[in-house]
Ligand binder design. Structure first.
Ligand code: NDP
Length: 263
């Protein structure tokens, strides 16, 4: 299926590793140019080189912290200078949390609000004008199954990802008049380095069987009985950002191996 993404420009936050890198590679494989953003410049440069080595597209790597207004402005300015704007924005940068409501201080709530919600708002505000000039565009927000079905140990993650879903829905009604489609995806368990790091830490004093720990977690929570690979989630993202999904507006799609317990 030709997704019609050749020569489009896609901005992917958190594009240096995990789901974001897989999405960036997915766009590049379709002939789209990509702008990848993350804080760690070294890891970002390695991701850029990997994509450039595999696909004849342009890749711009912007090291910035999208949880800040300054960082978002840096990404917007670099994208404008290199490509004169963008056609696609994937708000993917994010991370899990671990706290209780009773113990977490205000500044922790603020950090996750800025990372999961304000980054999406600021970057949408910055890129919609160029999408409009280019005849339309797509914004895809990567939330989480935890936006709907919370995990007990990460209330701040659950709440801010739920807020991102509402931001996504609200953006979709405002932006569709400019032919900018906005949707969200709620992945379940996706095997990214972050999970391996967590599982390694959790099993360190019990033999270090991180893989066994993750397999057990998947069997317990997801009817499919395994984690997704970043690539099988990324394919769905890339499709949603293509004109093949042209009637999808303001929706949230679960990619979770059956983990969601409600209809
Ligand atoms: P990873 O930890 O593997 O990657 C996160 C990416 O985001 C990295 O590129 C990281 O780079 C970047 N990033 C983090 N904070 C910032 C910041 N402040 N500014 C710019 N870039 C930032 O995560 P995953 O691939 O696992 O997750 C990606 C998204 O998917 C997240 O939003 C996550 O909540 C969501 N998700 C993941 C699931 C999973 O099972 N893996 C399940 C459901 C949702 P750097 O650290 O260098 O900034």
């Amino acid at each position: 299926m030709d997704l019609g993404l050749r020569d489009k420009v896609a901005v992917i936050t958190g594009g240096s590793i995990g789901i974001g890198l897989a999405v960036a590679k997915g766009f590049a494989a379709e002939g789209a140019h990509v702008v990848i953003a993350a804080r760690d410049a070294g890891r970002l440069a390695a991701a850029r080189d990997e994509i450039l080595g595999a696909h004849p597209v342009q890749v711009l790597a912007v090291d910035c912290d999208v949880a800040t207004a300054v960082g978002c402005d840096r990404l917007l300015a670099a994208t404008e200078e290199a490509f004169g704007g963008a056609d696609i924005l994937v708000n993917n940068a994010g991370t899990g949390s671990n706290e209780t409501i009773m113990d977490a201080p205000d500044d922790k709530w603020q950090f996750y609000w800025d990372l999961h919600v304000m980054a999406a708002i600021r970057l949408a505000r910055g890129l919609v004008p160029s999408m409009k000039r280019r005849g339309g565009g797509v914004i895809l927000n990567n939330a989480s199954i935890c936006a709907t079905q919370p995990l007990w140990y990460e209330p701040i993650y659950n709440v801010t990802k739920a807020a991102l879903i509402m931001a996504s829905k609200t953006m979709s009604t405002e932006f569709i008049k400019d032919n900018v489609r906005v949707n969200a995806v709620n992945p379940g368990f996706v095997l990214t380095p972050d999970w391996i790091k967590t599982a390694t830490q959790l099993t360190a004093d019990k033999g270090g069987d991180w893989k066994g720990y993750l397999d057990g977690l998947a069997r317990e929570n997801a009817p499919i009985g395994r984690f997704a690979s970043p690539e099988e989630v990324a394919d769905f993202f890339v499709f949603l950002c293509s004109d093949r999904a042209s009637y999808s507006v303001g929706s949230t799609y679960f990619v979770d191996g059956g983990m969601l317990k409600t209809i």
